[in-house]
Design a binder for this molecule. Sequence first.
Ligand SMILES: Cc1cc2nc3c(=O)[nH]c(=O)nc-3n(C[C@H](O)[C@H](O)[C@H](O)COP(=O)(O)OP(=O)(O)OC[C@H]3O[C@@H](n4cnc5c(N)ncnc54)[C@H](O)[C@@H]3O)c2cc1C
Length: 377
Amino acid sequence: MLISDEKTAVKNLSDFRTDLKNLFDTWKAAPYIPAENVFPLEFLNALRGIGALDALLSRDEGGLDLCRTPEGGLVLMALLRRTGYVNLSLGRCLEGHVNVVRLVELYGTPEQRRAFAQTLKSGILAGIWVTDGTPPVTIRKENGHYRLTGVKGFASGVKQVSLALITATNPQGHSIMLLAPTTEADRRRAGPGTLTGMQASGTGGYDFTDVIIPPDHLLGSTGDYLRQPEFSAGAWRGSAVALGAMDRLVDLFRQELLERGRAANPHQLYRIGEALILQKTAAMWVEQAAKAAYAPRMKPEDVVATVNLARFAVERAALELITIVQRSLGLSAFVKGKAVEQVMRDLMTYLRQPAPDEALTDAATWFIGHDWPEGDL
Ligand SMILES: Cc1cc2nc3c(=O)[nH]c(=O)nc-3n(C[C@H](O)[C@H](O)[C@H](O)COP(=O)(O)OP(=O)(O)OC[C@H]3O[C@@H](n4cnc5c(N)ncnc54)[C@H](O)[C@@H]3O)c2cc1C
């Protein structure tokens, strides 16, 4: 019984992987590239079409356990990486959606998980909006319900997301997670101003003032959002998306050098070699981080420190890659409207993730006294 279940599971996962590869190959053969400030709805719909959003759910809810098992995690890595390749903005939104699925699985009650899965099966996009705007979001109890006040400042997919997991501070000063509907257009705000990249992510603000939340929309206990190892470990997914953009950049870089007849120049060859090493280095770190995030026997501190190092390594590799591409293609890499220019601008913006210095130094603090946890992976 167990054996036949496992066989079915692997087959489904491998079918999904094949569908994903086929979709990606189709896109590569004839890429549909929307304007840089247009949300990439077509590709999101294509992902929906192959069941990518459903696959994220647990098997109990009809999914493929992508957010739960080590095998699922490797397929999730491919999904995020390929989405980042096609469109970094969509990668950002998909990664947010995945984060919500994961947090509801970890901290939701069985009833909440079931209700959430039902909502997701209608095809909606969820978002994780934790970065506060002005004023920050607070929550207080009122007649058996909860009233919110305040604004979330960086809300990706502000027009496309219809359910967000947000954090709110209660009167005792503790952070609480909750699920809130986000479909009221007149609550959308301008957000942080015009970013130089990632405009297609539709990152704006959302005003939650006077939104009423029923008690069963509160998730977990106070402080769960920042609970380790999940809080830091989840960053591997953002790195997988960034890696996808690096893959794209390397492809665009090689393609342009070939088209301009400059690929055989020894200096260019040197840089192509360097670029390939950076790409592969980032890929190895992402894989290591993904495995750590799902490793059942690894110490939480090892998981956190490994993913933190991976995050930093991918950021550095991506920034070095951008420098190499600019040096190699010259001014041609700065022409607006060219894919290579937009991918670099999106990637530079995307790489600004919270507290990078802390991620590195915390990892260093841990590994100064502990060996690398190879055996637990
Ligand atoms: C396109 C895009 C979409 C986004 N979408 C969302 C979203 O949907 N939901 C959401 O919640 N957020 C979102 N964000 C926000 C994102 O999660 C981060 O909050 C943001 O990118 C942080 O970047 P930062 O460089 O300002 O980070 P910071 O953490 O401010 O880091 C900047 C620098 O300051 C240093 N630093 C950090 N803290 C301190 C300190 N206390 N004292 C001194 N130095 C410090 C860092 O080490 C670093 O050198 C989005 C951001 C972008 C760019």
